[in-house]
Design a protein around this ligand. Structure first.
Ligand SMILES: Nc1ncnc2c1ncn2[C@@H]1O[C@H](COP(=O)(O)OP(=O)(O)OP(=O)(O)O)[C@@H](O)[C@H]1O
Length: 580
């Protein structure tokens, strides 16, 4: 809670002013029964019209002040709570962005989305309501009690009859509430996860006719959310009747014993009326308690979930020392005995991998699916750090480069092309926001996507992503490659990013990349692509099982020969099909 609410600190003066205004409003409310008592005892019963007019006017003036204070309080409360939520959302977003992959994988995406949306709204509402009514209700209870004692101690004591039971009951309910609402937020995470998966996979779901199946899956998680929320709310709904029962019993005691006190002359009618008035105000305030406990419980659960994110320890150390050199234009890359385990896994995904790529060389990486190719590539820009061994870029261990320097020098094209909503131009300049337009077009030409873009009516201003044109798989791959080229990387990493290209386009792409001053790592399944590389690294179950040129591997590696043979058979079948 502390970390989350520390984001309200910059608005402490707004909060203080809002609280003072709220106290002003509250004081007026508390003084009013006292004035009523005075009007009854000294005005009505004493038949003194002047007293009635004087105190009546004071009451009116005070009501106006309370009205004004309430209005301004709302203004400050809204401003403080909205600004607090804005800052908190920014902080959470930045924190999630700064996560290492290892930390990121600890939180399901849907959970992060819920934290950034519904959880923040929950604490924002609590701050707003806190400044408006939540604090006001308990203060009204305490204030009314104090005022009741000021009016008549004996009568006020009857109001306290139910206090201990009430207090214990409220504490128990508040504790239960936090646990129940934490569960509700978890269920909401799961609902969000199913929604997210469904929206992403909408085409697949249609193609597999899995709409009904997914609807059932959604019903199940939505039903769990409903059940948990109902349980929590039912528990909370107990609060109001119990509170009212206790308060009404206390009120009965006041009236019962109050009548006796008036008859014996120990109390006046006006005093009894004032105390009943305070008791009614306390009851009214208590009726807010159910709502307050629900809101506080939800906000506490939400704050704890956000705190998990804000306090998540990031273990990726950024070398902040002096930059003693720049990564060369064509980065030299060396893996020395690199092993890697995914967090919490017992089996290594990479097992003592060593190889060297000289500046400007092109290394093709091959291996069966799951061999560890993508994992290996992710270690270069330090998406993960190796568990053992070292990786050197331009002669320096990757952990010794400042992270920005290292990542600036790398152009990574992931296996799945990811584009952002916006124009083609915006997607290209995402690679380097300072790159001039002609460089963006140059990159597009090299990536063999310029001609396709030219055919769109709006050319580079064509919108992609949601509500924009849907690019084909191959177009997306080429756009992703162009985006990486815009960075003018020293090391260009293509993770199976040409799989959707036809042979002609791919050949043109490799020809265009020939002139690029970059060391290249290319994951590929195609022997044809590997043949064009200076060296080929063959991975199997995380181990290097072959390294050399195409000719070397044809000679040394049975696995490579098998892949080559299967692909030449495939080509033969295609040839036959084409000629028949
Ligand atoms: N985040 C993760 N946590 C645990 N295991 C993972 C994670 N990501 C990948 N793996 C496992 O690591 C192994 C290697 O995965 P990787 O993606 O590196 O393989 P790959 O050779 O690129 O495969 P493909 O050619 O199919 O893309 C796989 O067995 C995969 O299940």
């Amino acid at each position: 809670m502390k970390t989350v609410f520390s984001y309200a600190k910059p608005y402490k003066w707004l909060i203080v002013i809002a609280l003072l205004l709220m106290l002003m409003e509250l004081s007026v409310e508390l003084i009013q029964p006292l004035l009523i008592a005075k009007i009854i005892d000294d005005g009505i019963l004493a038949e003194n019209v002047k007293v009635i007019w004087t105190w009546g006017s004071v009451m009116m003036a005070l009501s106006f002040i309370a009205f004004f204070a309430g209005g301004v309080n709302s203004f400050f409360a809204a401003h403080a709570s909205q600004s607090f939520a804005f800052d908190l959302r920014q902080a959470l977003f930045r924190q999630v962005q700064s996560f290492t992959m290892a930390t990121f994988l600890r939180f399901p995406t849907s959970g992060l989305i819920t934290r950034l949306t519904s959880d923040i709204t929950m604490v924002q509402n609590v701050l707003f309501m806190g400044l408006r009514i939540m604090l006001r209700a308990p203060l009204l209870v305490v204030g009314s009690l104090v005022m009741a004692f000021v009016v008549n101690v004996k009568l006020a004591l009857y109001l306290l009859i139910g206090a201990p039971v009430l207090l214990i009951f409220l504490i128990v309910m508040a504790r239960k509430g936090v646990g129940l609402f934490a569960q509700v937020q978890k269920r909401l995470d799961r609902v969000n996860r199913v929604i997210q998966e469904n929206l992403q996979a909408v085409r697949l779901i249609k193609a597999y006719l899995r709409g009904a199946y997914e609807a059932t899956r959604f019903s199940k998680v939505a039903d769990l959310l409903r059940k948990n929320t109902v349980t929590a709310m039912r528990m909370m709904e107990l609060i109001l009747p119990v509170l009212l029962f206790i308060m009404n019993a206390s009120l009965m005691a006041v009236l019962w014993f109050g009548a006796g006190e008036i008859q014996s002359g120990d109390a006046q009618v006006g005093e009894l009326v004032a105390i009943v008035n305070y008791a009614l105000r306390m009851t009214g305030a208590f009726s807010m308690f159910a709502f307050i406990i629900v809101s506080l419980s939800r906000a506490k659960a939400s704050a704890e979930r956000m705190e998990e994110v804000l306090l998540a320890n990031d273990d990726l150390e950024d070398h902040q020392g002096e930059i003693s050199g720049m990564i060369d234009l064509e980065g030299d890359l060396r893996f020395e005995d690199v092993s890697f385990y995914y967090p919490g896994k017992a089996e290594p995904i990479l097992d003592r991998v060593s190889f060297h790529v000289s500046p400007g060389e092109k290394l093709a990486i091959m291996g069966s699916t799951g061999a560890g190719k993508s994992t290996l590539l992710n270690l270069i820009p330090r998406i993960f750090d190796p568990t053992d061994g070292e990786i050197y870029v331009s002669g320096k261990e990757v952990r010794d480069w400042p992270l920005k320097e290292l990542r600036d020098a790398i152009g990574l094209v992931p296996q799945q092309s990811i584009l952002f909503t916006g124009s083609i131009m915006e997607n290209l300049s995402w690679g380097d926001t300072d790159a001039p337009v002609d460089e963006l077009e140059e990159a597009a030409k090299k990536a063999q996507i310029h001609e396709s873009i030219d055919l769109f009516p709006k050319k580079y201003e064509t919108r992609v992503g949601q509500k924009g044109v849907n690019l084909s798989g191959g177009q997306k791959q080429r756009l992703s490659i162009a985006r990486a080229l815009v960075r003018k990387p020293s090391i260009l990493i293509l993770d199976d990013s040409t799989s959707a290209l036809d042979v002609k386009t791919e050949t043109a792409l490799w020809d265009a990349l020939e002139g690029e001053r970059a060391t290249m790592l290319v994951v590929t399944q195609k022997i044809q692509t590997a043949k064009g590389a200076d060296h080929i690294l063959l991975l199997d179950e995380g181990k290097v099982v072959g390294y050399g040129t195409h000719a070397d591997l044809m000679e040394q590696s049975a696995l490579y020969r098998k892949i080559a043979q299967s692909q030449s058979e495939e080509e033969a079948v295609i040839d036959v099909a084409n000629h028949s």
